[in-house]
Design a protein around this ligand. Sequence first.
Ligand code: F0G
Length: 456
Amino acid sequence: MRAFPPYRAQVVTEIPITTRADRERALARAGYNAFNLPANMVTIDLLTDSGTGAMSTAQEAAAAAADRSYAGSDSFFRFRQAVADLTSYPHVLPVHQGRAAERVLFTSVLQPGQISVSNTHFDTTRANVELLGCEARDLPCAGFLDLDSHEPFKGNIDIPLLERTLSGPDGDRVGMVLVTITNNGGGGQPVSMANLRAAVALCRKHKVPIFLDAARFAENAWLVTRREPGYENRTPREVAAEAFDLVDGCVASLKKDGISPMGAFIGVRDAELASRCETLLIATEGFRTYGGLAAHDLERVAKGLAEVLDPGYLHAREAEAIRLAQQANDAGVDSVQPPGLHALYLNAGRLLQHLPAGRFPGHALACEMYLRGGIRCVELGSLYLGELDENNELVTPAPFELVRIALPRRVYAQAHMDYVADVLAEIAKDPGAVPGYRILDAPKVLRHFNLRLEPA
Ligand code: F0G
């Protein structure tokens, strides 16, 4: 039997239908940067799975009845209970989104000059480490380098390298280890429980705190039940709880697996660390019972955290990603294997071989998907990660030229995804016709959000 989503649409919203000429004008006006496109010019928006999920009627009903009290609102207690049902952290702070959680926790943990070690830091996560005068060091496992291999846990942290880092000359400077589940910067690949346990053991030995970036904790847990021996009969909730239990705390953007438009939390065990975080939270985000979140979003998160662990939902989501990956592959567009849940990562470097890295094949494919089909997605390649010279020409390319097709939760139907596959198939018929791009203007920090380009 095929998996199907355990929900139906009850409220829908129209999506913009545009012409090719509309899209050409819009993309040129946007400086060929999809982050500058107005959403009303986008037909299928696969830019991100963050804050873009569809609400359930239970979430909206709870949101309507939210308690907006400044201190000690009922909504906070429901939020805290939902987190307590999942984690054993005695100290839980709501925050408006993941990057705020990062800033508050990292400021309370790291000293300037220290190193944060991760399987892969997400871009805002890296920025929050670097803004503190620290180094963000990624140690993804070697398996990720083979995009086509079907190894089940290519999101793992490289354990031998972590061991060498912790016991080597830089060991004393490691201020924390952060394991991102699933590994968004690393192809949306999961981390195994065995890998997490090994990382925790090393951190205990070297007395370094270890945290999760748990933005996609439920999707990681689902993939563990599917792929890791010994976990076949465990529920996603049990696996997620075990992961949270293993470590010293977490930051979790709830715009992903909280299925909420906004929200995040910090969870920690150490009372003294919690108190430092709380002071900073109150000074810069909001009081400890709302942390910068509106009460209605505390309610949405509380329900979302339970709904996201429904095995039927996770199974249907996995099936959606596998189906799209297969369709793209059949059309001649490869993606990072095996597919994760929140996104497909298309191998643009392989498809657009006529374009050198310096003409940004990933970006070229993303632009072409928009021009042909009004589909918005984002490059993860040399435009995002490569090193540029002062004339904005590429000097060091990224290891891969990928395009991330993010899959918003509960939003698009199978027919929308078939349409995406059709657009990819059209492009794959004549990839040589896709033009490359040249950078006109690139800011130094978080440049992909503000780049301006032109076809080259
Ligand atoms: N950590 C990971 C792994 C993320 O993917 C994100 C956001 C964050 C932290 C930051 O959370 O957005 O709530 O501040 N990722 C989004 C994305 C933006 O499109 O992948 P936030």
